[in-house]
Write a protein that binds this ligand. Structure first.
Ligand code: B12
Ligand code: SF4
Ligand code: SF4
Length: 382
């Protein structure tokens, strides 16, 4: 490694990145084929922005910046300290760890701009660069794998020897001529923990996710109703899912991260779902300002809260769900009906009957009828 690569890596570390590696602009043929195949097989359905055109650009990074010579890939750990949680027992919804702190897009992008600026100062000439953090045509995990930052786990996460998979990735495409690092020759061996423990069976083969079945997709990206057959499998997750990372043995020895922006905000590890149901748009904006959770939007998070409350099954949630059935948006009313049907106390059934008498939206009526019919059927069989 020459002085230039050493300077690049030193600077990245000084700015708080935990891992810094380099790769070339060679095309990513295997990943291009895999991604195109996923799209064609419907495994990326619901994310129209993940298009064939985007994959082609991403797999041939020279298109992104014609005079580029290298890609620097930088990672930051978000595996930070955990605190006690204070949500009410019986109404706790889980948030994926990556969303416990500030929005990583902003934090990483600002830091990467600083990195490029400092690099130009250090080298005493302007460095040409384009920056990516989960927001453009870049196959970020393929880049990280080839740069030797980590290896592909069977859950499709990049696993790093030091920080496990609890990392965010960012890339700088640059005109600097840098010596590429070598890929790590590691893999998961015989382990299949993530595949076995995924509640929805979304990891349909090693290195292949059926995104429309993944709880992370369902609770963050998906708009509209959550397919009914998947709702019971979502458990108490209301934003993202960490199961295939929590069960991963590589993550058991992961070092903690140091980035303050990613430390958990108070009440963000688990959310109190009853208070979520009563939120206005303004409350939502205030509470989730500069948080990844804002991506779900108020209605999406309330929909998710209903599903989780239905799965938790605690009658403590019945009054809040009954209010949501009266006052929520139609998407929320439909999911509140489903949740009340699962809880199925007499108060819940009464709320469903009363709602059916006044509800005009056809889809919500259908949810109400379904909830009442399934509770009646289970009462008969019980
Ligand atoms: C779309 C997307 C999603 C979708 C689809 C997930 C998916 N697997 O594609 C959804 C919404 C479900 C999602 C969920 C999550 N995501 Co996401 N997501 C992305 C995004 C924007 C694109 C990913 C992509 O290109 N998918 C296309 C498919 C085809 O790629 P792939 O699944 O990685 O599969 C590769 C392998 O199969 C490989 N391959 C093919 N054949 C073979 C054979 C062998 C032997 C091997 C080893 C590999 C291999 O080729 C494929 C292409 O590279 C990236 C950011 C980016 N621009 O890259 C973030 C990104 C991947 N997500 C990230 C995170 C943190 C998550 C979540 C953990 C969030 C959460 N806690 O809820 C979950 C994890 C779910 C999971 N197990 O993947 C991080 C991952 C960091 C890491 N350590 O890997 C990224 C990189 C964002 C970032 N900048 O940090 N995500
Ligand atoms: S994030 Fe959850 S649902 Fe998605 S693949 Fe991993 S374990 Fe399965
Ligand atoms: S759980 Fe096992 S198979 Fe899955 S990513 Fe981790 S090491 Fe690989």
């Amino acid at each position: 490694m020459s002085e230039l690569e050493q300077a690049v890596k030193r600077l990245g570390k000084e700015l708080g990145f935990d891992l810094v590696r380099i790769t070339s602009l060679q095309p990513f043929f295997r990943d291009e084929d895999a991604a195109l195949q996923r799209i064609r097989q419907g495994l990326m359905d619901g994310m129209p922005w993940f298009s064939e055109e985007r994959v082609r650009k991403a797999a041939h990074p020279e298109i992104l910046m014609p005079d580029a010579r290298s890609i620097i890939v930088l990672a930051m750990s978000y595996y930070t300290r955990e605190d006690e949680e204070d949500a009410l027992p019986g109404s706790r919804g889980r948030i994926a760890r990556y969303a416990w702190g500030d929005d990583y897009h902003k934090v990483m992008k600002e830091r990467l701009h600083l990195f490029v600026g400092r690099l130009s100062e250090t080298l005493d000439h302007p460095v040409k660069a384009r920056i990516f953090v989960d927001d453009g045509p870049m196959l970020e995990r393929a880049v990280a794998e080839r740069a030797g930052l980590g290896w592909f786990g069977k859950n499709t996460m990049i696993l790093t020897p030091t920080h496990g998979s609890w990392i965010f990735l960012g890339e700088v495409i640059t005109d600097l001529v840098l010596e590429p690092d070598k890929p790590l020759l590691k893999n998961c061996g015989q382990c299949t923990q993530c595949i076995d423990k995924c509640p929805t069976g979304a990891i349909i083969a090693p290195y292949v996710i059926d995104a429309p079945r993944c709880i992370s997709y369902l609770t963050i990206e998906h708009r509209g109703p959550i397919p009914r057959h998947l709702r019971p499998l979502v458990g108490d997750w209301v934003f993202g899912c960490d199961i295939c990372q929590e069960v991963c043995p590589v993550n058991r020895r992961a070092e903690k991260g140091h980035e303050k922006a990613f430390t958990k905000r108070s009440g963000f590890g688990v959310l109190d779902l009853i208070s979520i149901l009563g939120m206005s748009d303004e409350d939502f904006r205030d509470r989730f300002h500069n948080s990844p959770i804002k991506r779900a939007k108020r209605v999406g998070l309330q929909r998710n809260a209903c599903v989780a409350l239905g799965n938790i099954g605690n009658p403590i949630a019945v009054p809040a769900l009954t209010d949501a059935l009266k006052e929520g948006d139609s998407l929320v009313r439909g999911h509140a009906a489903w949740a009340l049907g699962r809880i199925a106390t007499w108060e819940a059934l009464l709320a469903l009957e009363l709602a059916l008498a006044r509800e005009e939206d056809q889809e919500v009526r259908e949810e109400l009828v379904f909830a009442l019919e399934t509770t009646a059927a289970s009462a008969r069989s019980g």
